[in-house]
Design a protein around this ligand. Sequence first.
Ligand SMILES: Nc1nc2c(ncn2[C@@H]2O[C@H](COP(=O)(O)OP(=O)(O)OP(=O)(O)O)[C@@H](O)[C@H]2O)c(=O)[nH]1
Ligand SMILES: [Mg+2]
Length: 259
Amino acid sequence: MQIQYIIGPAGSGKSTLTKALLDYIRAYNQSISVISINLDPAVQQLPYTPDIDIQDYVSVQEIIDKTGLGPNGAMIAATDKMIDYIEDLKYEIDQYNDPEIILVDTPGQLELFSFRNSGPMIANALGFGSVQRGIIFCYDSLLCGTPNGMISTLLLASSVGFRFANLPQLNLLTKKDLLSEEKTNRILSWMEDDFALLDAIETLEHGILREYTVALGRAFVEFGAVSELLPVSAKYNEGVDMVWGKIQQIVNDDTSPYY
Ligand SMILES: Nc1nc2c(ncn2[C@@H]2O[C@H](COP(=O)(O)OP(=O)(O)OP(=O)(O)O)[C@@H](O)[C@H]2O)c(=O)[nH]1
Ligand SMILES: [Mg+2]
């Protein structure tokens, strides 16, 4: 069994990607059993029907109605409360008769899911026995068009890596249909060539921000976090086959935390 956690900033395309991957696996790999889990207790509409839904146990709206908390407080409460239902999630997974792949769609409030205890605890609890786990991190095209935006997203992606104890991490550039080919290639080159990112920072950023961004850029290069980005448009099903291919590799090669 393999569990992939789809993580990324708010609106980066996690749920759309979950749907695209589910559709792709079900259409082209019918011998592989795949199920989806929604771990977003606040989502009102999903583009797919999750097989297992945390909202059957925890709902932000219910917490708001019962406690009078505001949306942010209720989201924190809901995220922490998910921990109480780990055994229920495990039980539900068991009902699917050992699925080969589980895609886990995570909440938009990345910092709540990843930086509080619930995300890492759920990932640990579900990672029993020979279960393989990985993170699919969504780099939003709309946030990564400048070196500064790219470094900010790298900071988030690396923090998630720390919190999830360096699970293998597949990095995607989502919504590629919103970028020109030239811009896509430029962004990809920043992640394929250490010097390209540092060069771009030197050229495109200015003043103290440049100094700061260069220092962070160097740290990421040394840390090995600057790794291949796979461009994908989940909305138009472009590149989903490549994502699936990379996920498959995780089974065979989990020596590096970054793919
Ligand atoms: N053009 C384009 N839009 C996309 C793509 N993927 C997602 N979107 C749009 O981006 C918005 C957010 O997509 P979601 O899949 O809900 O993103 P998310 O990361 O699950 O959002 P939260 O769970 O709220 O954080 C929606 O309007 C999607 O239609 C894509 O590949 N191309
Ligand atoms: Mg979502």
